[in-house]
Design a protein around this ligand. Structure first.
Ligand SMILES: C[S@@+](CC[C@H](N)C(=O)[O-])C[C@H]1O[C@@H](n2cnc3c(N)ncnc32)[C@H](O)[C@@H]1O
Length: 193
């Protein structure tokens, strides 16, 4: 995400969602660690990131974090963690760029404890005219921006993966481009079946 946007307004959004999280937290696709300064009460955060060029920037952010952070270099489709080992999984601007969102969400569900929380901050397919532009431009955008899709209906995909999405709302993401400012944010709960 753009540094300017992050500093201006997205940081406040991350803080709102992450600052109060408690227990064992797994952040998938942690990137260069933009979320790490915002955890305040987690018992520990595991920052999962498969891209070595991004992961190498995580230890410095981890050292500066207010909670213990462990960096794990792995993909979210095959997480090296036991079943039911986390209280919370965090996905920020990540489900737009993975190859197989249902596979990632199945893994998130597997590693979450019963009733565990999936915290989402993602840009998604807009409603109305902008959606048509997003559909048209997604093939080019994927090539230019690390497989980032402009046209994903992430809330529906999360619901189909076995989460209660009543706590996930549509939102306008501050500081982003017109193609990426339609978002979802909130907490989805792992359902029992
Ligand atoms: C747009 S960046 C967002 C980074 C960070 N979450 C943030 O909020 O700034 C997308 C991240 O997802 C990661 N990613 C892509 N595919 C992934 C996968 N299969 N498993 C885990 N992370 C993945 C990328 O390497 C990248 O770090």
């Amino acid at each position: 995400m753009a540094r300017g946007s992050e500093e201006r307004e997205l940081g406040a959004r991350r803080h709102e969602l992450l600052g109060g999280l408690t227990g064992d937290v797994l952040e998938i696709g942690a990137g260069t660690g933009a979320s790490l300064p915002h955890y305040e009460h987690a018992a520990r955060v595991v920052a999962l990131e498969p891209d070595a060029s991004m992961a190498k920037r995580l230890p410095a952010k981890a050292a500066a974090a207010r909670v213990p952070v462990e960096v794990v270099e792995a993909a979210a489709e095959a997480m090296p963690f036991p079943d039911e080992s986390f209280d919370v999984v965090v996905s920020a601007f990540m489900l737009c760029s993975v190859v197989d969102p249902p596979a990632v969400l199945a893994e998130a569900r597997r590693v979450l404890k019963p009733g565990g929380r999936l915290v989402l901050l993602e840009h998604v397919l807009a409603e109305g005219r902008m959606a048509r532009w997003q559909e048209r431009l997604t093939p080019l955008h994927r090539k230019l921006a690390g497989n980032c899709h402009l046209n994903r209906d992430t809330r529906a995909t999360v619901a189909a993966a076995g989460f209660d999405t009543a706590g996930v709302e549509r939102t306008r993401l501050p500081g982003l481009t017109p193609l990426t400012c339609d978002g979802v944010q909130g907490v989805a709960i792992k359902t029992s079946s």
